[in-house]
Design a protein around this ligand. Sequence first.
Ligand SMILES: *[C@@H]1O[C@H](CO)[C@@H](O)[C@H](O)[C@H]1NC(C)=O
Ligand SMILES: *[C@@H]1O[C@H](CO)[C@@H](O)[C@H](O)[C@H]1NC(C)=O
Ligand SMILES: *[C@@H]1O[C@H](CO)[C@@H](O)[C@H](O)[C@H]1NC(C)=O
Ligand SMILES: *[C@@H]1O[C@H](CO)[C@@H](O)[C@H](O)[C@H]1NC(C)=O
Ligand SMILES: *[C@@H]1O[C@H](CO)[C@@H](O)[C@H](O)[C@H]1NC(C)=O
Length: 472
Amino acid sequence: MQLFAAVSVAFALLRLVQAQSPVWGQCGGIGWTGATTCAAGTTCITLNPYYSQCLPGATVPTTTQPAPPTTTPPTSTAPATSAPGSSTTAVPGACSTPATISGFNNSKLPNPFLFDDNTPVRSAEDWTCRRAQIQALIAGYESGELPGRPSSLTASLSNNTLSITATNGNNSITFKPTITFPSGTPPAAGWPLLIVYDSLSIPVPSGIATMIYGNSEMAQQNDASSRGLGLFYNLYGQSATASAMTAWAWGVSRIIDVLEQMPAAHINTQRIAVTGCSRDGKGALMAGALEPRIALTIPQESGSGGDACWRLSLYEQDAGSVVQTATEIVMENVWFSADFADYVDDLSVLPFDHHMLAALIAPRPMISFENTDYVWLSPLSSYGCMAAAHAVWDALGVADHHGFEQVGGHAHCAWPASLSPQLNAFFDRFLLDQPNVNTSFFATNGVFNNVTWTASDWIDWSTPALNERRFG
Ligand SMILES: *[C@@H]1O[C@H](CO)[C@@H](O)[C@H](O)[C@H]1NC(C)=O
Ligand SMILES: *[C@@H]1O[C@H](CO)[C@@H](O)[C@H](O)[C@H]1NC(C)=O
Ligand SMILES: *[C@@H]1O[C@H](CO)[C@@H](O)[C@H](O)[C@H]1NC(C)=O
Ligand SMILES: *[C@@H]1O[C@H](CO)[C@@H](O)[C@H](O)[C@H]1NC(C)=O
Ligand SMILES: *[C@@H]1O[C@H](CO)[C@@H](O)[C@H](O)[C@H]1NC(C)=O
């Protein structure tokens, strides 16, 4: 009892002296009860609704794009301030983020909790740097360079069509996502929004706007000959290294940029979710990973290239299942960068796998849905990969921000009604502000086509406690 009392007093004192958060410390976010001001020389930057952080100097997250957007709102009521968000999360100055690691060799799922130099990740602050390292590695090996905000971005909203024009040098493109608004008066903060890649295949509760985003127009995905084709490449040139999935994510970021500056659209840009199925599920996962303003990521039947891990899909193939693997995917389409083909013949050289792609989303919420009837999608791989990714949410104290559900008995991209409670729980809690909804869901039917999942064969690391606090 005495020890407990002493610890409590020490904790109270700690809370008292924490009137300001130190550099890299948390300074806000849903559920955060600590300091909301930052030590001198640092600024509290909102990375997402769950995490604001004291970053040195900067008044906005640093990007390689110095020019602010010149967004034209549909009315004169838009604030003239610069937008807080950006597609490029601020990287701590001391954090080295190489694009590749020469000599890397690990046939298991790499440890997300080791920095590139093999020193351990010990805190939520460390995770910010580790996250930046992982993002740089994924860009370097498989997804290509993500441009930031272009020099000019203008938008208008008419007849529920958002018309966005982006200009880069002499090049200019316009794309037009369409919005379906709920009926009734919008909430003061605006409607939550679900951004849908190409076409909707999940049920959406009332009170949430949906946007159809033509990602296949932004970057074509017909087959391997689609490389460099689509609006994105009209803007940045055919030799841009961005893969189709990266180009799609760039478009999502521009949609959020303009909505942030357009109060007349009545969209709550703190409550934006993204979804897609199959190939577009792979894309939705990449968008959630690359864009920190996405509050909820819902990949549906994304399989290999999405919530499955390359190494595990190869294992499934070696065990006799006919599955999509990295060597196949680089021949099939342009979802990944041209450079990725250089690495697929020896997956051990990849200093990441897709458990770490998904982990870029943490601590933000994500739930993915898989279908064991489609062996091609690599069901064991999705389960094992998401089990490994789950460790990162767990380490950050928010295991219930990461859900996974895997069943069979329905067609590819058809919605199984049995999973609606899990989907609705994530929507209710994270888009519709019902904080007490239970989102602890992580389940599979275990139908892995006689291929066996043995966690210890793939995960030779343990999960540290990076944050004693609970978010959200
Ligand atoms: C990677 O490690 C394995 C086993 O540790 C070894 O057999 C293999 O030669 C190594 N590959 C490279 C390229 O170093
Ligand atoms: C908006 O929709 C109405 C009715 O469909 C149509 O008459 C009008 O031309 C549209 N306006 C624009 C700017 O497209
Ligand atoms: C843009 O167009 C102008 C006028 O045609 C030309 O002089 C300039 O070189 C172009 N810039 C680029 C980057 O292509
Ligand atoms: C949430 O639901 C899970 C089962 O889905 C249950 O194990 C857990 O105890 C619940 N948590 C709370 C706080 O009720
Ligand atoms: C799994 O093994 C059982 C028993 O050997 C066999 O009947 C079944 O066809 C196998 N299933 C697959 C998908 O290979």
